[in-house]
Design a protein around this ligand. Structure first.
Ligand code: ATP
Ligand code: MG
Ligand code: FE
Length: 340
């Protein structure tokens, strides 16, 4: 079974081909970062227009690289949500139209299911059930993943997502957009003992988190004009890491999940990876991360999520394109693959 995956939920155009037996055959990613950087954030209309220009050349490129013809594919899967509606619609329209033209089924998959299944792109011993720490630009959630499509949300940020906090703090430090990776690089040069920021909500029981206060604490520290920016960056990264590590530890304790998956763009952060690895080791639980390039948005994770559902026998509609996209789509609404 060979599946084409298309991701266009935000500002990355991702396209990938995956084979049930041979794994990932080819993948391409076009990031619109430069397009949006001058505006300091993603401009939805520009994102949609750019996806339209990039999609077909990227699809041709992966088919050429894999030496596969569209008619040899078994399905086209695409991100149906959540995300920017206009951006989602470009991917949905192209995916549905290609599938219709090739006479094969199309399937909409959930963006976060893509993120949390990304570690399966590597050849590891991972299997359900597991606990997921989803840390991305739009979400910070602890999810008990019992089986494919059976996800319990057990904790989440009550305000900013971790990635959002990284980006906003980076902006305060004058690091441009998107700031997460830039802040992480700056933090590497910082000293750990120069400044200590609060660990939000660790004094309270439960699995919910909060990151918006941290950004205010950074602003207050910067106004004092006594701390070096690299030390502030380091203090911020350590506060986020400590908070996420402790909440995840509690999540493992509560669910008794036998494995931990860390997914989403912030999972690329080396300090967070190290903190979570050390904690998981103490708990005696294996931890799985996607490789860094598959932590942020990409087509490979979408292709994989679709492949998994199709392998489980999920039914799809064929015939005239029915374009399905949802800007809001809670993960907990997903169900295990519906079999005919
Ligand atoms: P969602 O998946 O929740 O809809 P998204 O798709 O925008 O949101 P991702 O692409 O998964 O999010 O991740 C992007 C986020 O990850 C950004 O906020 C970015 O700053 C952050 N990020 C990427 N690399 C790093 C890093 N090395 N350290 C910290 N943050 C990072
Ligand atoms: Mg992005
Ligand atoms: Fe994402």
């Amino acid at each position: 079974m060979i599946v084409l995956g298309i991701e266009t939920s935000c500002d990355e155009t991702g396209v990938a081909l995956i084979d049930a037996d041979r794994g990932l055959l080819a993948h391409r990613l076009y990031s619109q970062t430069d397009l949006h950087a001058v505006y300091g954030g993603v401009v939805p209309e520009l994102a949609s227009r750019d996806h339209i220009q990039r999609l077909l050349p990227l699809v041709s490129a992966v088919l050429d690289e894999a030496g596969v013809d569209g008619h040899d594919l078994d399905a086209v899967v695409y991100t149906g949500g959540p995300g920017l509606l206009g951006a989602l619609l470009t991917g949905a329209s192209v995916a549905r139209s290609l599938a219709w033209g090739w006479g094969i089924p199309a399937l909409a998959v959930h963006h976060l299911e893509g993120h949390l299944l990304a570690p399966f792109l590597e050849d590891t011993g991972l299997d359900f059930p597991f606990l997921v720490l989803q840390v991305s630009g739009g979400h910070t959630q602890l999810i008990h993943a019992r089986a494919l499509g059976d996800y319990d949300l057990i904790g989440e940020s009550i305000d900013d997502a971790a990635g959002e906090a990284f980006d906003k703090t980076a902006k305060l430090l004058g690091l441009g957009y998107p700031g997460g990776p830039a802040l992480a690089r700056l933090a590497e040069q910082g000293r750990s003992d120069a400044l200590r920021l609060p660990r939000p909500m660790l004094d309270r029981p439960g699995l919910d988190m909060s990151f918006s206060g941290l950004k205010t604490a950074v602003l207050t520290a910067l106004k004092k004009q006594v701390y070096r920016p690299e030390d502030v960056a380091r203090a911020f990264e350590e506060a986020v890491t400590d908070t996420l590590v402790e909440k995840t530890r509690r999540g493992l304790e509560q669910t008794e999940a036998p494995a931990l998956v860390v997914a989403g763009g912030v999972a690329a952060n080396t300090t967070l990876r190290a903190g979570l690895k050390a904690m998981a080791q103490r708990q005696g639980v294996p931890v799985y991360f996607p490789r860094p390039e598959f932590c942020t948005d990409n087509g490979a994770m979408i292709a994989l999520a679709g492949l998994r559902r199709l392998q489980a026998g999920q039914v799809t509609e064929t015939g005239a394109p029915v374009v399905a996209a949802r800007a809001r789509w809670p993960l907990a609404e997903l169900a295990p693959p519906a079999v005919a």
